[in-house]
Design a protein around this ligand. Sequence first.
Ligand code: DGL
Length: 262
Amino acid sequence: MDNRPIGIFDSGVGGTSVWREIEKLLPNEDTIYLADSKNAPYGEKSKEEILQLSVKNIDFLLSRGCKLIVVACNTATTNAISHVRKQYNVPFIGTEPAIKPAALRSKSKTVGVLATKGTLSSELFFATSQNHAGHINKVVQVGTGLVPLIEAGKVHSEETKKLLQTYLEPMLAAGMDYLVLGCTHYPYLIPVLKEMIPPHVEILDSGAAIARQTMAILKENNLLANPEKEGDHQFYTNADPDILASFLSDVEAKHKTAYLDF
Ligand code: DGL
């Protein structure tokens, strides 16, 4: 049994979509969440910059005694996870676009993938696409501008809808039946996306799979928390804490959100 917290980080508020799944599946676990919103978007940065920022976030979480780190960011995972796994002696859970399940389930053999430039240009994304979805037509789109709009709390704005329309058009024209959300910010766009795509198109994100993997690794390493206790949750942002809190308003009673200059 190990009651130390799980550390979770993202370039901003998006990784709370992953935190939700973790909290649902592992309600006894304490968590510390870092939203590095001051440095968002990671998706436009170089591999070296993404690695440096990831190391900064991990060092902070480890200084708070975290037992496992969830990289709740596709961009940080695809660019930095192999390095940090070698550098640190704690288990890491990464987030990657769910192209494998999409490829397995797609009937039209055409899937849309919406993710950041950093993720789509990474070696890891290229390898996963080749190995698990090589036989599938992938309509891949960089979601330029979406992360800053979500970080500004403009999920339902006309600007966001216009961008999505442009990004979805070629995917729909190609006949996709699965849309992979390869950025942890994008699940917050699902209500908007559902108004724009036909009902037979399934939307896939990685949150639930990450939570299952977190549970498996905690079990395997004997790191699960006391099943009798309720999890305690701390959320830190280096930007506006009200924006982060607005993404957690439905779970407010359970969390503490604070500004921190990390
Ligand atoms: N949530 C991050 C991801 O999953 C967003 C990256 C960014 O800041 O551009 O990729």
